[in-house]
Design a protein around this ligand. Structure first.
Ligand SMILES: [Mg+2]
Length: 187
């Protein structure tokens, strides 16, 4: 099975004590109801670089452990992160720190600063994924329409399993996703 994963808020948490609503505000703007993400200007890029230092980005251990238990024999695992190019160095530091390059078969990064939903949608389509996990519901909604055969999982890290549409499901843990697509953990 081909499974894709987002990075932030799936395996790497946002800095503690920063409210989610603020992060959401900083990252997204709405243009006539269409999804649009902000690419920050230079001064804000500096602030974001600091906030992306790995010391302020704790690993989400439960999810990392679950990932490492997914059988590599039967599955291909892909990391798809839409982090913008100015975070390239910080991102590769994180990847090394948590050995993610050893877990994933391939990793895709948004080095050309494409709008996140457009970038991820294109990769999901190209890889023809069976399943994709992300914490960003508006992005999932967009990609789920363009990839009707892919199952999308909105990782909320809380609450109960819920079917949101034909191919979108809310989950609180990665193991719920595996159970749903019929995969087992290796012991
Ligand atoms: Mg994310």
């Amino acid at each position: 099975m081909k499974i894709g994963f987002d990075l932030d808020k799936v395996f790497i948490n946002t800095p503690p004590f920063v409210p989610n609503i603020l992060i959401e505000k900083l990252y997204k703007k709405r243009a006539n109801g269409t999804l649009l993400y902000r690419i920050p200007g230079k001064p804000e890029q500096l602030v974001r670089k600091v906030s992306h230092m790995s010391i302020l980005r704790p690993a989400m251990k439960k999810n990392l452990d679950a990932l490492k238990k997914i059988s590599k024999q039967d599955n291909q695992l892909y990391l798809i992160s839409s982090r913008f190019n100015f975070l390239k160095k910080h991102t590769s530091d994180l990847i090394k720190k948590y050995d993610l390059d050893k877990v994933f078969d391939e990793m895709y990064f948004n080095l050309e600063n494409i709008q996140p939903h457009i970038f991820k949608n294109a990769i999901i389509k190209k890889l023809d994924l069976d399943a994709y996990v992300d914490d960003d519901l508006s992005l999932i909604k967009y990609a789920s329409i363009h990839n009707p055969k892919t199952k999308f999982f909105h990782l909320k890290n809380k609450g109960e399993f819920q079917s949101l549409s034909k191919n979108v499901f809310a989950i609180s843990t990665l193991s719920e996703m595996l159970k749903h697509i019929g995969e087992k953990f290796k012991n």
